[in-house]
Design a protein around this ligand. Structure first.
Ligand code: NAD
Length: 492
């Protein structure tokens, strides 16, 4: 079956085109792949399966559109991007419902937090380019250094399934605002909302070829995109092994890469912490069924309060309701895909077989069946074991105790990741002494998930390469240029 045979599917009452979007028009492929909902395994239709041919077409379209888009004044580009934001807000319930069907995330979160953030991504970067993308001139012995951010070309963007449209637009918006054109390859498990965004771009008047979408698998469409010599930038969010493979491909063309990768972040509860707050923050780490790169999945608790903390945590966790993510009372939905579900189960089974204690959960939810895995807490895992060092990316937390700040820091910094950390403390100086010595891109003290798009975002160690957010995004997507003008040689 070719993808032209099945151009549209209806998901949650919304019509979604399952083809690519290249040069302003829909393009079919010779083959398709099946897409199912993690909620109940229902069929969400067949999606165009792109590869080298479609990537070549998309990069060519993006290159053709680049000169005019790059030459457009920033304020005009911003007006179009703000129209996209308006339309995202208008279509917010549709986007939220389709995303929930496609990746199983909570509908209430998609309605209240995730999709509003999609609109905010466009508004923020559009306006930032107009109002903040400037640098004071630098004087050197009468010469003026003038710094500018020039459009760089075509950005190839590759994104994961855990917050599909939000993470894609966190890249698309700054790239477009910088004057680049874009080819997006979204995750194959969650292809739908990117296609709705293509419709929105048309309606907003984005010129043809400025935003292009190629659906397909990572090893096919994704690999073809990152190997393409026509790209000026690659921005990738996903796993470490994929980033390594992308870096190898990008090396041939010396294409600059930005990588936002996995984590194994600590949630450190100091002896002076407010226990109720600590328990509440720890339970929040199950957000999105644990499929959040930033989750503080390793609970590190001072030994003097470990029993009280565990009791408070378990009491709070027991109130979580697992079920259909469309139900507003649901706190934890399904995992995204059977392959991922099995991976999570494998981690937990091996931890138990290796002598760890399952303090809570630890198995598929017998009542719900399907892809619902119960919120899990693992204790007594052996130091260095995989459950303490590798990213599970599911509703699985571990608990360890420490006796001193030094030990807390040794445990916290003791993985190859450095994406985020949560610190819970009642003492500002104590908290500061810990945060100063943590290796992480983002640290939350007595809070979690507070994000401001003006702030830098990224990971240390294997959690990433580079920072995005505010001007950091433009430093990546644009060509930063310094023009040095002499005081002499002028005819005036
Ligand atoms: P993944 O690396 O398997 O896939 C991510 C994307 O890469 C998908 O679109 C996939 O099709 C594509 N891909 C796969 N192989 C490819 C290849 N050889 N060449 C080009 N593209 C390829 O990751 P995932 O399982 O989809 O996502 C989960 C991972 O993403 C976790 O590690 C998570 O921590 C990470 N993540 C990080 C952040 C962050 O901001 N740091 C945010 C969300 C998720």
């Amino acid at each position: 079956m070719t993808s032209s045979d099945l151009a549209d599917v209806t998901v949650a009452g919304v019509s979604v085109d399952t083809r690519h979007f290249i040069g302003g028009r829909r393009v079919a492929s010779e083959t398709t792949f099946a897409n199912t909902s993690p909620i109940d395994g229902s069929d969400l239709g067949n999606i165009a399966r792109g590869g080298e041919r479609e990537i070549d077409l998309a990069v060519a379209a993006a290159r053709e559109a680049f000169p005019a888009w790059a030459a457009m004044p920033r304020a005009e580009r911003a007006a179009i991007l703000n129209r996209i934001a308006d339309l995202v807000e208008e279509r917010l319930p549709e986007l939220a419902n389709v995303e929930t069907m496609d990746n199983g995330g909570l509908l209430r979160s998609n309605l209240r937090g995730v999709m509003p953030r999609v609109a905010h991504n466009f508004r923020f970067f559009a306006d930032w380019a107009v109002t903040h993308l400037k640098h004071d001139d630098i004087e050197t012995r009468g010469h003026t250094n003038h710094v500018s951010w020039d459009p760089s070309g075509v950005a190839g963007l590759i994104t994961p399934w855990n917050a599909p449209l939000m993470l894609a637009t966190w890249k698309i918006a700054p790239a477009l605002a910088a004057g680049d054109t874009v080819v997006l390859k979204p995750a194959e498990w969650t292809p739908l909302t990117a296609s709705l965004l293509a419709d929105i771009c048309v309606e907003a008047g984005l010129p043809d070829g400025v935003f292009n979408l190629v659906q397909g698998f990572g090893r096919e469409a994704g690999a073809a995109l990152v190997a393409h010599p026509g790209l000026s930038r690659i921005s990738f969010t996903g796993s470490v092994p994929t980033a390594k493979s992308i870096a190898r491909s990008a090396a041939d063309n010396l294409t600059p890469c930005s990588f936002e990768l996995g984590g194994k972040s600590p949630c450190i509860v100091l002896a002076d912490a407010d226990l109720e707050l600590a328990a509440a923050l720890a339970v929040e780490q199950y957000d999105n069924a644990g499929q959040v790169c930033l989750s503080g999945t390793r609970l590190l608790v001072h030994e003097s309060i470990a029993d009280d903390f565990a009791a408070a945590f378990q009491a709070k966790a027991a109130t979580l309701r697992q079920g259909d993510p469309r139900d507003p009372d649901t706190d934890i939905g399904p995992q995204v895909h059977a392959v991922h579900f099995d991976r999570i189960k494998g981690f937990v089974d091996r931890a138990e077989a290796g002598g760890a204690t399952i303090l809570m959960g630890g198995s598929p939810n017998a009542d719900l069946g399907g892809l619902y895995f119960t919120p899990t807490l693992v204790g007594d895992a052996a130091r260095g074991s995989e459950i303490l060092t590798q990213e599970v990316f599911g509703p699985v937390l571990t608990m360890q105790t420490f006796a001193s700040d030094d030990e807390a820091l040794e445990l916290a910094n003791g993985t190859e990741f450095g994406l985020a950390a949560v610190v819970v403390s009642g003492d500002r100086e104590h908290a500061a002494a810990i945060t100063e010595n943590l290796v992480a891109g983002t640290i939350w003290v007595n809070c979690f998930f507070v994000r401001d798009l003006r702030a830098p975002f990224g990971g240390s160690k294997k959690s990433g390469v580079g920072r995005e957010g505010g001007t950091w995004s433009f430093d990546f997507y644009a060509d930063v240029k310094n023009t040095v003008v002499a005081p002499h040689g002028w005819k005036e």
